[in-house]
Design a protein around this ligand. Structure first.
Ligand SMILES: [Zn+2]
Ligand SMILES: [Zn+2]
Length: 479
């Protein structure tokens, strides 16, 4: 299609800008909800490109929207830009080598995620301008994916309801559409306060916050027998009170995370943990503060949009990798254990796809799955969580991956940080821009696709209602 070919050409023309943004954000490596420089950069480049920019969406300083166009359809493209602690690493380097010891790094590749989405929004804007078509494109700056769940806060405030659909991607080790559903999750921090005392001399005067944390944990262990089988409860004692056993600990905190396939079950389970937390305070005569941290819903898949994304993954020419890049990938590939599984979702569930993938893998350079995975769409459950889930309850949404990382590379790893600052990452990012832009253009050109995607969404929502895991009044907190 001519319009799509022009968009691909347009993106090639701004590829330097896209990768410049990606590299700058790679360098900032700011943690969840503290992405101040990264958000400012996006605000500036989006304004430069002629978008109407709003900052501070849903009360989150580092969230923004950049819009262009008017009227329907309204297509959202999602960007993320938070990094992870402890993953500082030199770019394009095949061995573990922190840039700043103990510093943070883009181990999930969100420097690329945001930049790729930004490039796509620019191309869609150019398409709308040149074609004179009615419609709106909005780039959503969504901070705190690794912690903070900005998209879920935006869902609570009805932000996604105004969209006809939402498109996003994530750097990966395959060129593949994401499908299926995932876990919902809710995090709550319980901070207990007691009274310090000499643990041997005046124990009767002390009230132990640490005892409260332990009793809460024991209560939750007994709860496990009586919760739905697909639920999970995790916890981390983030403050044990101190290092002196001869002191009755006056302060202690534990962070809880509940998970379930259905967000409504997570909300119900969380309320039961709250009761145990209350009981622990009563038993120990301590007080406590309950601090809501974040929550995300499970994803609602959309086969129509998945097919659209797959078609465009095939439409956009795959990037070619140089000998230097292949050598780098092979060296990084040698640094971790392999799980022996075939890559991609489809190969896990479909025998025919598994056979095809087996052949495709044989033709790959070591450490790079440089082909498009066969199409697979299903409702299978994957145990991770993402705040894209909350978007997908409110509007048809889709995610896909392009090859930005080494084959089978562990998630949240130094290897991914290294790739995220390499030309392999750059190529995957620009490819993602093209796929997103071409898919959006298809949606503007052929209203039937959007209609079908919306009908599917409606059908999947029958008898269900989005129960937002974020309570009214909660504000995002960076832990
Ligand atoms: Zn991540
Ligand atoms: Zn991520």
């Amino acid at each position: 299609m001519e319009a799509k070919d022009k968009a691909i050409e347009y993106i090639d023309g701004i590829a330097d800008k896209i990768t410049e943004v990606s590299h700058k954000i790679w360098g900032y490596a700011e943690l969840s909800l503290k992405e101040f420089k990264s958000a400012d950069l996006y605000v500036n480049v989006c304004q430069e490109m002629g978008f109407e920019v709003k900052k501070g969406i849903s009360g989150i300083d580092t969230a923004f929207t950049a819009s262009f166009g008017s009227g329907k359809p309204v297509i959202g493209i999602l960007a993320e830009y938070d990094a992870l602690s402890g993953l500082s690493q030199e770019a394009f380097c095949p061995e573990k080598k922190p840039l700043v010891p103990g510093g943070s790094g883009h181990g999930c590749g969100h420097n690329m995620l945001g930049a790729g989405s930004f490039g796509a929004a620019c191309a869609v804007k150019d398409y709308l301008e040149k074609s004179g078509k009615e419609g709106t494109v909005i780039l959503f700056g969504c901070p705190g994916e690794e912690g903070g769940a900005a998209k879920a806060f935006m869902a609570r405030d009805g932000v996604w309801k105004g969209l006809d659909c939402a498109l996003t991607w994530h750097p990966g080790d395959t060129n593949e559409v994401s499908t299926g559903t995932c876990n919902s999750s809710i995090q709550v921090l319980y901070k207990y306060k007691g009274i310090a005392a000499h643990a041997a001399g005046n124990p009767e005067m002390g009230r132990s916050a640490l005892d409260a944390v332990e009793l809460l944990n024991i209560g939750v262990q007994f709860l496990r027998e009586h919760m739905p089988a697909d639920c999970r409860i995790h916890y981390a004692i983030i403050d044990g009170g101190g290092v002196s056993p001869n002191v009755v600990q006056p302060e202690a905190s534990v962070l809880y995370m509940v998970r379930s396939v259905d967000v409504a079950d997570s909300v119900a389970l969380q309320a039961r943990v709250d009761k145990i937390a209350e009981g622990a305070a009563m038993m120990t005569e301590t007080t406590y503060e309950r601090q809501f941290i974040d929550g995300t819903a499970n994803t609602v898949p959309n086969t129509v949009l998945e097919k659209l994304m797959h078609d465009n993954l095939q439409y956009v020419p795959l990037p070619e990798h140089t000998e230097e890049e292949k050598e780098f990938a092979a060296k990084v590939y040698a640094t971790y254990e392999k799980n022996g599984k075939l890559p991609g979702m489809g190969a896990q569930y479909d025998k025919d796809i598994a056979e095809k993938v087996k052949e495709l893998v044989k033709g790959c350079p070591e450490g790079l799955y440089d082909f498009v995975m066969p199409f697979y769409s299903g409702d299978e459950f994957h145990p991770g969580s993402t705040d894209v889930g909350d978007v997908s309850w409110e509007t048809p949404a889709v995610q896909f991956n392009t090859v930005c990382f080494a084959a089978d590379a562990p998630g949240h790893s130094w290897q991914n940080v290294s790739f995220g600052g390499s030309t392999i990452g750059d190529k995957g990012t620009v490819q993602a821009s093209k796929v997103l832009a071409c898919a959006a253009i298809d949606l503007f050109e052929d209203p039937n696709i959007l209609e079908a995607a919306k009908n599917e969404h409606k059908k999947r929502m029958e008898g269900k209602e989005y129960l937002c895991p974020i309570p009214e009044g909660a504000v995002p907190i960076a832990i």
